[in-house]
Design a protein around this ligand. Structure first.
Ligand code: SF4
Length: 735
C-alpha cells in the first residue's frame, strides 16, 4: 500500500456554533484510494479573530467526526422512493432532479406557486442560501422559504429591529474583554458558545473587579461563574428587566444626556414601568429583591456593561419582548456604541446571520430588505430581472408545516436540516410530512429522522468538502474551504439548487408559466459556475444597505482574513462596532424605547401538568448529532437522554437516579431515565434536545423530545416557545 502524501493545510471555519472559530484542516492524499483527500487533523487557527487558536470539545473533534465511519450514514447517491411499495432505489442526478422539477411544475400549474415550499438551514453557507432564496422568490414566485434559524435567532432579530432599527448586533467579541460588567441572560455559554466563554473567563482573570450577572432558571456551569445569579422562574425575564430599569430610574442611575440625544419613546417607558417595583418582580421572578436591586446598580453604574444572550430569551412566545426589555437597559444607561458595551445576541448556528443577509426567510428579501416594503420588493425584482416579488407573506417554520399538514402546501424541499427532530410538536410535523404529496430531502447524511419521509433524497457535500462563506455572531464573514474529497456523487448545496433552478425554469417556460421573467433572452436566472460568482451577486445586492459589503471580495478575504460587515467599496476593513455616534438606522435616526408588558409563558403548569420542562443543550453535542453523535468520547459527558430533576423533587416522587419515568405533555409522551441536577429550580425539569425520534423509537411515544414541546410562537418573530412547556412526571417500571 502506498503511503499517504504529506499533509496539506487548509484554513476554514468550524461548522457548529455562531462563535465561528477559525480552523486549520490537515488533509492527506491517498494514492491507494484514487487520490482522494481525507481529513486527518483539525486545529484552531491562531490568526482567526474569533478564537485565536482555541477550540472547544466539539471543534477539537472535527477530524474524528469527519471520519467516524460516516460513509455508512452518508448520502452518496440520489435516491427515490416509490410510495406504493415503499421501496427506495438509487437513481441518476438527472432522473432525480428531472422528477422533482416535473412535480414542482405540475403543482405550480395546478395550485399556484404557494403550493410548494423550501425549509432550509443555518448550517448552509451564504452562497447556498442565496441560490435557494432566488429559486423560491425569483423564479417560482413564492415566499414559502424559511429556515431552522427561525428556531434560533428570530426574536433577537425582531428585538434589534424594533429598538435599534436593523438586524445588526452592534458588538464584537473583543468587547467581552473590555467590559467591566457582563450580564448573561438565557444562555449557558459555557456549553453552547464555549470559546467565547473562555474569553470571558480570561477577561475576568485579567480584571478582578469585573462583575458577572447571570439570569437563568438553572444553575448552569455558566451561572456557577457568576458573582450574582438571578435564578428566575422560567419566562419572567421581562418582569426582571423592567424592574431593573425602574430601579435605575428611581435611583437616578440613567444616562439622561444619552437618552435625550440618541433615543425616542422614553416617556412612554416611564409610564409603563410604574407598576414594575422590585418587590413585585421579586415575587414573580422568585429571586430576592436585594439581588434585583444589586443587578440594576451593577449594570448601570459600571463604566462598560455588555449583555450576552441566546435561546432562553429567543425561544419564547415573548421572545421579542424579552429582547426589547433588555435592550432598553442599554439605551437608558448609554451602554451601547462604546468598547465593552452593548446588547450582543449570540448566534446559535454557524450561519444564521448569513442566511438573513441574503434574505433567505419567509419575511425577508436580500440585503436586509423587508418583504412587507413595496419599494424593497421592486428593488429586488429589478435586481433579479423579474416582473415582481410576490407580496403574499411566506410561511414561517411552524406555519409552513401547519400548512403542509392542512394540504395547503403540497410539496416541501428540506435542505440540511431535520424538522422531524427539531421543530416543536414534532408528531404534528411527522403527520405533515406523511401527508405531503412530495418531500425532497437534500442532506449529507441518511441518519436524520426527516429522511424517512423523503420521496427523493439528494446527497449533498458537507463541512470540509464545500466552499463559501459564513457570518458569525459579531457580523464577521469568514471563508469555508474545500479540504477533502466528497463521497460518491454528492454535490454542493448551491450547485444542486442551481441545477434544479435551471431545469424548473425550462419546464415553467415550456408550460407558459415563466412570464415572471422580464427579459427571457438574458438566459437563466441561475448563471453561476462557482460559489464566488454567487457571492459576487449577493454582495452587489447589498450596495447602499446597512450591511453593504461591496468592498468585500473572496480576494479580500483571502488576503486580509475574515471581516465584519459593513465593508462598502473603498473601505480598508470591516467595522467592529456599530452606533458609535448614535446614527441608528431608524426613520428618525434615534433608537426607540418600546415598553414591553410582562406576559407569562404560553402553557403554564397546572394540576394535570405540574412540571415546567426546559429543553437544553449538552456540552459535547451539536443539534441532532449527525456528526457529534458518531463519537463515543463525545458521549462521556452525558451518555443518553435523561430527565433532569432537582434531588428534592426526585425524593418527593420516590425517584432514584436511573429510574424510569413517564413524561407526558398535552401533545405526547416519552419514557426515559432520571438524572439528578442540584442546579434546577423546584418543579422544573429539563431534557437535552439532541436525541430525536430515531432514539426513542420502540419506547412509548416514538417522537423525540420535541414531541412534548408546544408550537405556540412569538407574534413578531414567529419563533416558537421551545424553552418551556408543562408536563407530568410519573415513576414507571418499563416492560
Ligand atoms: Fe466550533 Fe463553537 Fe466550539 Fe468554536 S466554540 S470550536 S465555533 S463549536
Amino acid at each position: 500500500m502506498n503511503a499517504p502524501h504529506s499533509p496539506q493545510e487548509t484554513r476554514s471555519t468550524c461548522p457548529y456554533c455562531g462563535v465561528g472559530c477559525g480552523v486549520i484542516i490537515q488533509t492527506a492524499t491517498e494514492p491507494s484510494n484514487e487520490g482522494r483527500k481525507r481529513i486527518i487533523a483539525v486545529k484552531g487557527d491562531p490568526q482567526h479573530p474569533a478564537n485565536f487558536g482555541r477550540l472547544c470539545s466539539k471543534g477539537s473533534k472535527l477530524a474524528e467526526t469527519a471520519n467516524a465511519d460516516l460513509v455508512l450514514a452518508r448520502a452518496t447517491r440520489p435516491l427515490m422512493r416509490t410510495r406504493r411499495s415503499d421501496t427506495v432505489r438509487p437513481v441518476s442526478w438527472s432522473d432525480a432532479l428531472g422528477h422533482v422539477a416535473d412535480r414542482f411544475a405540475d403543482l405550480i400549474q395546478q395550485h399556484g406557486p404557494d403550493s410548494v415550499a423550501f425549509y432550509i438551514s443555518g448550517q448552509l453557507l451564504t452562497e447556498d442560501y442565496y441560490v435557494f432564496n432566488k429559486l423560491a422568490k425569483g423564479l417560482i414566485g413564492t415566499n414559502n422559504i424559511d429556515t431552522n434559524s427561525r428556531l434560533c435567532m428570530s426574536s433577537a432579530v425582531s428585538g434589534y429591529k424594533r429598538t435599534l432599527g436593523a438586524d445588526a448586533p452592534p458588538c464584537s467579541y473583543e468587547d467581552i474583554e473590555q467590559a467591566d460588567c457582563t450580564l448573561i441572560a438565557g444562555s449557558n455559554m459555557a456549553y453552547a458558545h464555549p470559546v467565547a466563554f473562555r474569553r470571558l473567563e480570561a477577561a475576568r482573570q485579567a480584571n478582578p473587579k469585573h462583575k458577572l450577572i447571570v439570569v437563568d432558571p438553572r444553575q448552569t456551569d455558566t451561572a456557577c461563574l457568576a458573582d450574582l445569579h438571578l435564578q428566575i422562574q422560567p419566562g419572567t425575564d421581562v418582569m426582571l428587566f423592567n424592574a431593573m430599569l425602574k430601579i435605575m430610574m428611581d435611583e437616578g442611575l440613567l444616562d439622561a444626556p444619552y437618552i435625550h440625544r440618541f433615543t425616542e419613546g422614553f416617556e412612554s417607558m416611564v409610564q409603563g414601568l410604574r407598576p414594575y417595583t422590585a418587590a413585585l418582580a421579586a415575587s414573580v421572578c422568585g429571586v430576592p429583591e436585594s439581588d434585583i436591586v444589586m443587578a440594576a446598580r451593577w449594570f448601570a453604574q459600571s463604566e462598560k456593561t455588555l449583555s450576552l444572550y441566546c435561546q432562553g430569551l429567543n425561544q419564547a412566545t415573548t421572545g421579542t419582548d424579552k429582547n426589547t426589555a433588555l435592550i432598553a437597559l442599554h439605551l437608558a444607561t448609554g451602554h451601547i456604541g462604546r468598547p465593552g458595551c452593548g446588547p450582543f445576541s449570540l448566534t446559535g448556528q454557524p450561519n444564521a446571520m448569513g442566511g438573513r443577509e441574503v434574505g433567505g426567510m419567509a419575511t425577508l428579501l436580500p440585503a436586509h430588505r423587508e418583504l412587507s416594503n413595496p419599494a424593497h420588493r421592486q428593488e429586488v425584482a429589478d435586481f433579479w430581472g423579474v416582473t415582481d416579488i410576490s407580496e403574499t407573506p411566506g410561511a414561517s417554520a411552524v406555519e409552513l408545516f401547519d400548512r403542509l399538514e392542512k394540504g395547503e402546501i403540497k410539496a416541501v424541499w428540506v435542505a440540511c436540516t431535520n424538522p422531524a427532530h427539531s421543530l416543536p410538536n414534532s408528531e404534528k410535523v411527522a403527520r405533515a410530512l406523511r401527508r405531503a404529496e412530495l418531500v425532497v430531502v437534500q442532506d449529507a447524511y441518511l441518519s436524520p429522522a426527516t429522511v424517512q419521509f423523503a420521496d427523493v433524497v439528494l446527497p449533498a457535500t458537507t463541512w470540509g468538502e464545500k466552499e463559501g462563506t459564513v457570518t458569525n455572531s459579531e457580523r464577521r464573514i469568514s471563508r469555508v474551504r474545500v479540504a477533502a474529497t466528497p463521497p460518491g456523487e454528492a454535490l454542493h448545496d448551491w450547485h444542486i439548487a442551481t441545477e434544479f433552478g435551471r431545469l424548473l425554469e425550462k419546464r415553467l417556460q415550456m408550460r407558459g408559466l415563466a412570464d415572471r421573467r422580464r427579459a427571457p433572452a438574458l438566459g437563466t436566472l441561475f448563471p453561476w459556475g462557482d460559489p464566488q460568482a454567487v457571492f459576487d451577486e449577493h454582495r452587489a445586492s447589498t450596495q447602499g444597505r446597512d450591511l453593504d459589503i461591496t468592498g468585500l471580495t473572496y480576494t479580500v478575504l483571502e488576503e486580509q482574513g475574515p471581516q465584519q460587515w459593513p465593508m462598502p467599496e473603498g473601505a480598508i476593513m470591516g467595522k467592529s462596532r456599530l452606533y458609535e455616534e448614535g446614527q441608528f438606522p431608524t426613520r428618525s435616526g434615534k433608537a426607540q424605547f418600546v415598553f414591553a408588558e410582562y406576559t407569562p409563558v404560553a402553557e403554564d403548569a397546572d394540576a394535570r401538568f405540574p412540571w415546567r420542562l426546559n429543553t437544553t443543550r449538552l456540552r459535547d453535542q451539536w443539534h441532532g448529532g449527525s456528526r457529534t453523535g458518531t463519537l463515543p468520547e463525545l458521549f462521556s459527558h452525558e451518555p443518553e437522554p435523561a430527565l433532569a430533576l432537582n434531588p428534592r423533587d426526585a425524593k418527593r416522587l420516590n425517584l432514584q437516579p436511573n429510574d424510569w419515568v413517564h413524561v407526558k405533555s398535552r401533545r405526547s409522551e416519552l419514557l426515559m431515565r432520571v438524572r439528578l441536577d442540584q442546579g434546577l429550580g423546584v418543579n422544573q425539569c429539563n431534557i437535552p434536545m439532541h436525541w430525536g425520534p430515531e432514539y426513542f423509537a420502540g419506547l412509548k411515544g416514538a417522537g423525540g423530545v420535541n414531541a412534548l414541546t408546544l408550537d405556540d410562537f412569538d407574534p413578531y418573530s414567529k419563533q416558537p416557545e421551545l424553552k418551556h412547556c408543562a408536563v407530568s412526571v410519573r415513576k414507571v417500571k418499563p416492560d
